[in-house]
Write a protein that binds this ligand. Sequence first.
Ligand code: FES
Length: 289
Amino acid sequence: MTQAKLPLQESVSLESLVSDITHFEQVIAHWDENQKVVVEGLKNAIEALHKEALTRLIRSVKQESMPALRQAVQDEVVYSLLHYHELIKPPTPSLEIRIQQALDEVRPGLQSHNGNVELLAIKLPDTVEVKLVGNCSNCPASTLTMKDGVEQAIKTHCPEIKNVVSVNTPVKRGKASNTIASPFAAQEETGWVALANIDQIPEGGILAVDVDGLKLILTRVGNDVIAYRNSCSHLAKPLDKGEVIEGILTCPFHNFKYHLATGQCLTAPEMTLQQYPVTMRGDRILIQC
Ligand code: FES
């Protein structure tokens, strides 16, 4: 006599299980506080029971067969549930992935200066070799860019890395120019664009303006208006929330100080703010960009 096979139970996807939970959470969100407290209490009690059962199950399976446990955790529903109950840690990404994540974090700042950074080598156990490229490679600020940007990001993502070595030759002081922070230098001159009225610019203070995505700060001494790119020469962060005291603008991120009348950086004298030509028509301030 042949035995009839029982139909395999159809497995339910993680998405549909999560979507059921989300649906009920949305319904409960409209209940009054007393009802919510009861539901929350019930949920916590059930979860505590499940967590205890899962803990005992893991302990028991571990004793019998670690491979079986590893195999079970490959299942996305099992993994998600154990992760939810903090019974399993997410796998740590490889060292190379974490280094690339760190570099991706600093890249927008470097790219805004037409530069970039490349990972050259990982020398275990604790050293990484990198190279600044583009404008960053021959910028007088490259040592700071490495130390405060690249090195700090790598060490935050990869605490096991103790040395971040740049293969670039440091650029000597005295070679600074206004092109240090100049992602727009290659643009063609497109004429004069009106920015603001002179009385909108606080005397001795700054006004932030945006010209088709070009972010600037304007400052004024009497009728003399100066426009700078709203970008710190250190790590290209915006300066418009910085404090101005007696003509000195302090970057709110790492406290680099700039002389507003000249754009000169007082913290790292080889660096300057990028300045734009300004003219006036009546009360209107125009910039050439
Ligand atoms: S971004 Fe570091 S001091 Fe401005």
